[in-house]
Design a protein around this ligand. Structure first.
Ligand code: THU
Length: 141
């Protein structure tokens, strides 16, 4: 990994400390890199009504878009546990909205010093639904 990749993974690892996850006790941090090099952070935010919990990846996307940024080159996800955690299906779909080519770094609690998987958003969601024809069937691109 380059120094810049490590920086993104370490940003995800650090923000994981801010996770609100009293129910699962599984802390996740996400760090998105935008096309200008800026970093946008997110954590998972759980709720007593469990189904309302939001993942770190979608928190980061929501923050960045709210800040007027929607052109991303990479995201790092860093979760508790030694093994890198793959994003859930909902987050994969949301990442695809902002670019199938986005690099996805998946790390465990050791961050950049532990095992890191490197994929793309498209790798994580083959045959993705990305557009539709109003009133008609989905057309292949
Ligand atoms: N979680 C994430 O934030 N991102 C993932 O990629 C997988 C799962 C969160 C959701 C929930 O707060 C906790 O991890 C346990 O599922």
């Amino acid at each position: 990994m380059t120094a810049i990749d490590r920086e993104l993974v370490e940003a995800a690892r650090a923000v994981r400390e801010r996770s609100h996850s009293p129910y699962s006790r599984f802390r996740v941090g996400a760090a998105l890199r935008d096309a200008a090099g800026g970093i946008h952070l997110g954590t998972n935010v759980e709720n007593a009504s469990f189904g309302l919990s939001i993942c770190a990846e979608r928190t980061a996307i929501g923050r960045a878009v709210t800040d007027g940024v929607r052109d991303f080159t990479a995201i790092a996800v860093c979760a508790d546990g030694h093994v890198p955690t793959p994003p859930c299906g909902a987050c994969r779909q949301v990442l695809m909205e902002f670019g199938p080519g986005m690099t996805v770094y998946l790390a465990g609690e050791q961050g950049a010093d532990g095992p890191v998987k490197v994929l793309t958003a498209a790798d994580l969601l083959p045959e993705a639904f990305t557009s539709f024809t109003p009133g008609g069937a989905t057309e292949p691109k």
